[in-house]
Structure formats: C-alpha cells, structure tokens
Design a protein around this ligand. Structure first.
Ligand SMILES: NC(=O)c1ccc[n+]([C@@H]2O[C@H](COP(=O)([O-])OP(=O)(O)OC[C@H]3O[C@@H](n4cnc5c(N)ncnc54)[C@H](O)[C@@H]3O)[C@@H](O)[C@H]2O)c1
Length: 235
C-alpha cells in the first residue's frame, strides 16, 4: 500500500511542487485548497483535489475522516496578508492572516494526529518562513503567524515524540511563486537583498527538503525548523 499524503495549499507554488514531488516519491496525494482551480490544466497530476478553507475546523475534520489513513501532512496553505506597517493594519487583514497560516495549520494537525499516533507512523511538515524567525518589515501579521507555526511545531514535535510521529517545519526565504503577486516590489527586493546567494529560491528546492522530512530517512529529528534560505538564516 502506498503511503497517503495530504497537502494543503497544494494547487499552487510550494504546495503544488510538494504534491508532485511526493507523487514522484511513490505516495498517493490529496490536495486541499481554497481555490483548486489554481491547478488549471495540470489537475491530472494529482490523485484527488478538495476545495476547502483550512480555517473551517469542522470541515477539515470531516475531510480527514473521509481520506484516512493519512500518513503525511504538508501544511502549505498560506497568505501574505497586509503589506503595510502595523500602524496601518486593519483588524480583518490581521485576523485572516493568523487564521489561515496559524489556525489552519493547527486544524489539520489536530485532525490527522490521532490516526497517525494510533498507527504509530506519521510525518508532518509545516511550511513556515524566515519571516517567522526574523520578522519582515511591512509583513507583521505574516511574520507573527509564521513565528506561531514555528512554536506550534516545537510543541507538537515534543508531544508526539514517542509515537512514531515526526513533526518539523521548513523556513524558506523568498521563493518564486504566485504568492509574491500580493507583495510589493520593494518588499521583494528587500528580501532578495538579504539572501547571500542573491536569488529567489524555487519551489522544487523546497519540495526536495519536504520530501526528506516526509520520509523514513528522517528518524531522529522532530520539532525543528529547517532552513531553506540561500544562506539568509543565521540560526
Ligand atoms: N513564496 C515564498 O516566498 C514563501 C516564503 C516562505 C514561506 N512561504 C509559505 O509557503 C506556503 C506556500 O506559499 P506559496 O508561495 O506556494 O503561495 P501560493 O499562493 O502559490 O500558494 C498558496 C496556496 O494556498 C491556498 N490557500 C490560501 N488560503 C487558503 C485557505 N484558507 N485554505 C486552503 N487553501 C488556501 C491558495 O489558494 C494557494 O493555492 C505559504 O504558507 C507561504 O506562507 C512562501
């Protein structure tokens, strides 16, 4: 039986690259996305696609129950949120960013963990961000949500440490995906200028790291956030 993966935000960018990579690794892949139509023209690449807002906890629970057993969860659904300083941020932009990036990650983890623990094997990979470690200016809600993902990953990694369930995060610097359409050029230039390799990363480079974190090869590492930042991260 092939292992089964659930990839949130899998219709685009990093999530799509992860879905493709996990399929190439031999897993069955189900994609959850608010807008699976993002997949236009390439839907045949994946086994099943579900339209779902990850913020809707009960709907996430129902979908997971339908798809079980889920062996691998990749949380890639995310939004950049308001690209403004905190003193200009509205309530709605703040709340939605935290809801999608942090609460969405919590919802899916909470839904899959009982099954993974019962079966004694599971891998969870949360797509955090270098912004969660360093804080990017004019991306306050985003940076706070990703810092939350890093903290949550640390907690759950410890909680499930003796259950055969390994929980890690990755922290990419700026990666060339459609999410950048919501970010101003000045912010992108700022982010690239901080990368010693002097370029944007590619989704496939992130997917290669996720592939390892979703496999049997990772066996003595949990609760950690792995760097994929072209040398930007210093810790
Ligand atoms: N691209 C970067 O520079 C970068 C850097 C660091 C971290 N990340 C993180 O990587 C993840 C993927 O980003 P990406 O660059 O591939 O962006 P993307 O916009 O290409 O893909 C994000 C996907 O998430 C989906 N999504 C958004 N809200 C959702 C919701 N509520 N429920 C379900 N699906 C939802 C979107 O429809 C989209 O298909 C995000 O969590 C992002 O914060 C991206």
């Amino acid at each position: 039986m092939p292992r089964k993966a659930l990839v949130t935000g899998g219709a685009s960018g990093i999530g799509l690259a992860c879905a493709r990579r996990l399929m190439a690794d031999g897993l069955e892949v189900a994609i959850v996305d608010l807008r699976p139509d993002h997949l236009a023209g390439i839907a045949g690449d994946v086994t099943s696609i579900h339209e779902l807002d990850v913020v809707d906890g009960p709907a996430v629970n129902r979908l997971v129950a339908e798809l079980e057993p889920i062996d691998v969860l990749v949380n890639s659904a995310g939004v950049t949120g308001p690209n403004v300083p905190v003193w200009e941020m509205d309530d709605e932009g703040w709340a939605r960013t935290i809801a999608v990036n942090l609460t969405g990650t919590f919802n899916t983890m909470r839904a899959v963990l009982p099954g993974m623990r019962e079966r004694g094997w599971g891998r969870i990979v949360n797509i955090a961000s270098i912004a969660g470690k360093e804080g990017n200016p004019n991306l306050g809600a985003y940076s706070a949500s990703k810092a939350g993902v890093i903290g949550l990953t640390k907690s759950v990694g410890k909680e499930a440490a003796t259950d055969g369930v390994i929980v890690n995060a990755v922290a990419p610097a700026v990666i060339a995906t459609p999410i950048l359409e919501g970010v101003g050029q000045a912010t992108i230039d700022y982010m690239v200028s901080k990368i010693p390799m002097g370029r944007l990363g590619q989704s496939e480079e992130v997917a290669a790291l996720v592939s390892w974190l979703a496999s049997d090869e990772v066996s003595f590492s949990t609760g950690h956030t792995y760097d994929i930042s072209g040398g930007r991260a210093t810790y």
